[in-house]
Design a protein around this ligand. Structure first.
Ligand code: NAP
Length: 323
């Protein structure tokens, strides 16, 4: 049996790197789309051998960009994939307020370019679109599932809404196997360090398994992936401090809230106004019942475990010994 071939856009990102690892385990031939950058930005996939001259090469990398249709057409033509995972995006909500036009070009129109490249190739490849819980934004529903109306609150959310509807539209108009995974926040030690923390928090390696499962079904459908538990940034922070055995005192409220280490008297946490946004998403809590029923997928890592995993990874990176 020839190996299945998958193209992953955004392979250098958090999810792309975990998905590549998962598909290697499943014996896929993996092709990643990478952007040219002046400094090397492949830290998350360095451990996967992408050296073509090496017979053990695990990941084939192709230069391409969601802003450049020709590169996408060329890669699809050369690879002839069975599955395409579109994980690339200008994925930072805060940055999307600074660069709304660029965010629309890459996150929204980039999906059009990729879907159109696949459609014109006439290949029967299955297509996964990385949709986001940011679609729900200022939702009034207590829990959000596949039927909950969207109310995006950022240029990023608006661009993801466009990409979501276009993916559905290609499925309905052309009969393509194109699905949306509406993923709630998922973190890992590979998360970019300037990402703002959010609410329904899961563990990224489990979520990429859900992506793969969505492309193994008899019929293409959209799915929510979430933990179904919600936690505030404050709770997450306090879990980390508990794990570090730090006794703290919380003072002030709102933008003046601070944490002090009671042993040293040092202020250890304060809010950075850099992360304030013109419009905020207040509360998100996903309902992944459909994924559980139809895909047999369920989030397993608890928020306590996630805080521990991320804290330990950070300490390792900083050379700090935990006792
Ligand atoms: P990430 O770490 O920010 O990775 C984004 C990837 O997109 C990077 O590989 C980046 O490449 C690539 N990229 C950006 N612009 C590109 C362009 N113009 N052409 C080609 N590639 C480009 O994101 P993530 O956390 O792995 O998330 C993966 C996807 O899921 C994203 O679409 C995100 O919006 C979505 N999502 C994430 C979450 C979450 O909680 N993580 C939740 C819901 C949805 P460089 O390395 O070159 O910058």
């Amino acid at each position: 049996m020839p190996k299945k071939k998958a193209i992953i856009t955004g392979i250098t990102g958090q999810d792309g790197s975990y998905l590549a690892e998962l598909l290697i385990q499943k014996d896929y031939e993996i092709h990643g789309v990478v952007r040219r950058a002046s400094t090397f930005n492949r830290g998350r996939i360095d451990h996967l051998n992408s050296d073509e001259s090496n017979p053990d090469c695990l990941v084939h990398l192709h230069y391409g960009d969601l802003g450049d249709s020709n590169s996408l057409l060329r890669i699809i033509h050369d690879v002839k994939p069975d599955e395409i995972y579109n994980l690339a995006a200008q994925s930072h909500v805060g940055v999307s307020f600074e660069m709304p036009e660029y965010t629309g070009d890459i996150t929204a129109l980039g999906t059009t370019r990729l879907l159109e490249a696949l459609r014109t190739s006439k290949l029967p490849a299955k297509f996964y679109q990385a949709s986001s819980s940011e679609l729900y934004g200022k939702t009034t529903s207590e829990r959000q599932d596949e039927e909950t109306p969207f109310y995006p609150r950022s240029p990023y959310g608006c661009a993801k809404a466009y990409a979501y509807y276009l993916t559905r539209n290609y499925r309905e108009s052309y009969g393509m196997y194109a699905v949306n995974g509406i993923l709630f926040n998922h973190e890992s030690p590979r998360r970019g360090e300037n990402f703002e923390a959010k609410r329904d928090w899961g563990y990224a390696p489990e979520f990429v398994e859900g992506m793969w499962k969505m492309l193994q079904c008899p019929e293409p459908e959209d799915y929510v992936l979430a933990t179904g538990r919600t936690a505030s940034v404050r709770e997450f922070l306090e879990l980390c401090m508990k794990h570090l055995h730090i006794n703290y005192e919380r003072k002030g409220s709102g933008k003046d809230e601070t944490y002090t280490d009671t042993k040293t008297g040092k202020k250890i946490v304060a809010l950075d106004p850099l992360y304030n946004r013109p419009a905020e998403v207040d509360f998100l809590l996903g309902d992944a019942s459909k994924a559980k029923k139809k895909l047999g997928w369920e989030a397993k890592t608890s928020i306590e475990e996630l805080a521990k995993i991320m804290l330990e990874a950070d300490c390792r990176k900083q050379g700090v010994q935990l006792n």
